[in-house]
Design a protein around this ligand. Structure first.
Ligand SMILES: [Mg+2]
Length: 390
């Protein structure tokens, strides 16, 4: 018997008429200010202005049966209002749908906005709702997200980035790093990529001398070297026994990264700027990285992140997701190879909960879902809100 085309594209189960029917989507755009303006190499090379705030798009989804989920996406510098506007336009597509059919709903939302692409802002707007649906599903199962996905570990190695920006004087950087290590964070990443490479090396030498060889260190050039500079500095950096060199080259230079990864002993990490599975596949196929750094909000949510993780695992690569530790602690816990997560406290004003840190590891929350609830005080940062109902 042939199933008519129209029926093939009906919801996969009839539950949409019942308790799992999506009844309400609430979208909120927050603008979270940073305590101090920060700069990485992109500012020192004149490409960007210092970062003063993060725009966060929060999606809250509720079903007729009273289940609910929370997800978020974000933008640094421009893009927050565009994320919100695209999500606002496509969110009605979710009303009446079965909240369980996450992969189908990701595809539906992607087709709804296909004219503006399957990556970039469009993917990142979908991410907030996709992550909310995964949160909802794991809460409904009474499991932390990591457990729903199939966890390999209860805690993930973590390192701090927020204390090591180029706008931070070296004495403050050392103080920040000491504070991070005392809190139970296991590694320290510092920014490099200044026009004056000697200044980068002086900072790195100071940090290595101060903490000795046992503290894991990473550096991040934020795409500001050309190939020749990356090769020359990459050789100089070998002596520091770094965990990795991050984004030495332009995010889309897969061949350049591959040549670097081939020639250096220090692992190469990249992938945070990519916004689709296809872009990550290009990177992985080229052998461009030892560590892949997908970002669930940037790549379009947990649904595509899991595809990237499967490709990375198949290629035998390490995983170090970018930013959004609240989501990535779960996704990293479900990755077969030992991952790292990045500690950034910037989004903490939005949440009631804090992640536990111990002996160099971030503990996977035992609470169902992501284990996050919105703090009422976050209303002070609210820029936009829309309620979409049936
Ligand atoms: Mg980075």
């Amino acid at each position: 018997m042939t199933i008519p085309v129209a029926q093939r594209f009906q919801p996969a189960s009839s539950a949409a008429a019942g308790a799992d029917r999506i009844d309400r989507v609430r979208l909120t755009l927050f603008r979270l200010p940073l305590n101090t303006a920060i700069s990485d190499a992109k500012v020192l090379t004149g490409r960007q202005k210092p970062l003063t705030e993060v725009a966060v798009l929060v999606a809250e989804i509720a079903t007729a049966g009273g289940h609910n989920g929370l997800g978020f996406s974000y933008s640094k510098r421009a893009g927050g209002p565009a994320l919100y506007a695209h999500a606002r336009e496509i969110a009605p597509e979710l009303i009446g749908e079965d909240a369980n059919d996450i992969a189908r709903l990701w595809t539906k939302l992607t087709w709804a906005g296909a004219s503006v692409g399957r990556s970039g802002v469009a993917a990142q707007a979908i991410a907030a709702t996709d992550i909310a649906l995964w949160d909802l599903k794991s809460k409904r199962a009474g499991l932390p997200l990591a457990k729903l996905l199939g966890a390999h570990r209860a805690a993930v190695r973590c390192y701090n980035t927020s204390g090591g920006f180029l706008s931070t004087p070296i004495d403050d950087l050392l103080h920040n790093a000491e504070r991070s290590l005392t809190r139970g964070i296991g590694g320290i990443k510092i920014k490099v990529g200044q026009p004056d490479a000697a200044a980068d090396l002086r900072r790195l030498e100071t940090v290595r001398e101060h903490f000795g060889d046992d503290v894991p260190l990473m550096v991040d050039a934020n795409q500001q070297w050309d190939r020749a500079t990356a090769h020359r500095l990459g050789r100089v950096l070998e002596q520091f026994k770094l965990e990795w060199i991050e984004e030495p080259l332009d995010a889309y230079d897969a061949q350049g990264h591959a040549a670097l990864a081939d020639r250096l002993d220090t692992p190469i990490a990249t992938g945070e700027m990519l916004t689709s599975v296809a872009e990550h596949w290009n990177l992985i196929q080229a052998g461009a990285a030892d560590f892949v750094q997908p970002d669930a909000p940037r790549v379009g949510g947990i649904t595509p992140f899991l595809r990237v993780a499967a490709l990375a695992d198949h290629a035998g690569l390490r995983l170090a997701p970018h930013f959004a530790m609240e989501i990535h602690v779960h996704l990293a816990a479900a990755y077969p190879g030992e991952p790292w997560v990045e500690h950034f406290e910037w989004l903490e004003p939005l949440w009631n909960e804090r992640l536990d840190l111990r002996d160099g590891y971030m503990l996977v929350p035992a609470r169902p879902g992501l284990g996050l609830t919105l703090n009422e005080d976050a209303d002070a940062y609210r820029a936009e809100r829309a309620e979409i109902t049936s």
